[in-house]
Design a binder for this molecule. Structure first.
Ligand SMILES: Cc1ncc(C[n+]2csc(CCOP(=O)(O)OP(=O)(O)O)c2C)c(N)n1
Length: 361
């Protein structure tokens, strides 16, 4: 036998399912950070619940819930530096919010108004990506630009377990290794890609091991444990910022919601499995930990819930008060110069809903 290579994938968890500490907190994490993380996780959960309710009453378009992935979103958002660039997929409301995208903008986007992607802050972050895995190519491009310009910044890109089967993901992963790009790829392995189970998605034991083929570090963390993910993100970002190249992080979580509001997950998964998912969920886990440490109590929780409700209600009011653009606006957001085959459609839409044109014909 010639030369042999041995590989292993590490898997990290600090806070157990019952909120007890398994090992001492890493020195990147303190209690103030955990309180900040918890409060943001509660806010995003309340926002998410309201967004689903808005869709159900016809006031929002199809919406992908982030229920169960709050720890991932908040950890990424808190770990990133403001001059890094975030390249999100469609379940990343939490990170987007921490990056400076307002909750109103998030509702606006999912309400079908492209102005929701014209962020008033964090102008360099990318809009939500709905085509699966294309965002990895965008992130690789952005990271290449940072490298060529000698800027000590990183691109951070997210995707689901399903996205790791796509060529765009694998090509970007490979390129990130060859060019040693300052890039962090965080996979939200929430066990399902619509109705396709994780086991059907890949025969590999982990998704993190895909990093091995690209010659870059790949780690698996408990995606319901804020601490594990935050620490892994900081390590990966430090690597990227100091020119040491990319990292692939697989965060193991569970999608507690339907895939989107257009889906009915009861058609393909059992109640028992969902119940198990709820036993592992991230918000309760961090709250239990904070209780065990005497950092949280029921009065603080009641106060937080009231605060969060007010913030979400205000967001919804703002969103519902936005004057819609005419239907023709969808052409303007896509094209600077309208392609000839679409010109007739544009004229027809203008007749139906009034013009809103900015483009040159
Ligand atoms: C290129 C492309 N193919 C197919 C789809 C349809 N589609 C939307 S979501 C989805 C599953 C994605 O699952 P995963 O990557 O695991 O992310 P999750 O939604 O579970 O967070 C698919 C196939 C799409 N949006 N884009």
């Amino acid at each position: 036998m010639n030369r042999q290579y041995d590989f292993s994938i590490s898997s990290t968890q600090y806070i157990a399912d019952d909120g007890q500490l398994i090992k001492p907190l890493p020195n990147t994490v303190n209690h103030d950070l955990l309180l900040e993380a918890y409060q943001n996780m509660v806010l995003i959960r309340a926002f998410d619940q309201k967004a689903v309710a808005l869709q159900r009453t016809g006031k929002l378009g199809t919406y992908p819930s982030s229920l169960g992935q709050e720890a991932i979103g908040i950890a990424i958002g808190l770990a990133m530096r403001s001059d890094d660039v975030f390249v999100p997929y469609y379940r990343d409301h939490a990170t987007q919010y921490l990056r400076g995208v307002s909750l109103t903008e998030i509702l606006q986007y999912w309400g079908g108004d492209e102005r929701g992607s014209d962020y008033q802050h964090c102008k360099e972050d990318m809009p939500v990506c709905v085509p699966i895995a294309t965002q990895f190519c965008h992130a690789a491009g952005i990271a290449s630009a940072f490298k060529i310009r000698g800027e000590k910044r990183a691109s951070v890109v997210t995707g689901g377990d399903g996205s790791t089967s796509k060529g765009d993901f694998l090509e970007s992963l490979n390129l990130s290794g060859v060019w040693q790009l300052p890039m962090v790829m965080a996979i939200n392995n929430n066990q399902w890609a619509i109705s396709t189970r994780r086991e059907v998605q890949s025969h590999g034991e982990t998704l993190a091991q895909k990093a091995i083929s690209a010659g870059i570090p790949g780690v698996q963390v408990d995606g319901n444990d804020f601490v594990s993910l935050y620490d892994a993100m900081l390590t990966a970002l430090n690597r990227a910022h100091s020119g040491k190249g990319p990292t692939l992080i697989e965060a193991v979580s569970y999608r507690l919601s339907d895939h989107t509001t257009a889906d009915d997950a009861t058609r393909y998964r059992s109640n028992e499995e969902l119940k198990k998912g709820w036993d592992l969920e991230p918000v309760k886990r961090l709250r239990d930990y904070l209780h065990h440490q005497h950092l949280w109590d029921s009065d603080k929780e009641t106060q937080l819930q009231q605060q969060v409700k007010q913030q979400v209600d205000k967001t919804v009011e703002e969103y519902l008060n936005i004057k819609p653009e005419p239907p023709s606006a969808m052409f303007n957001h896509l094209f600077e110069v309208l392609p000839v085959p679409l010109q007739q459609q544009y004229q027809e839409v203008c007749l139906l809903g009034g013009a809103g044109g900015q483009h040159r014909e």
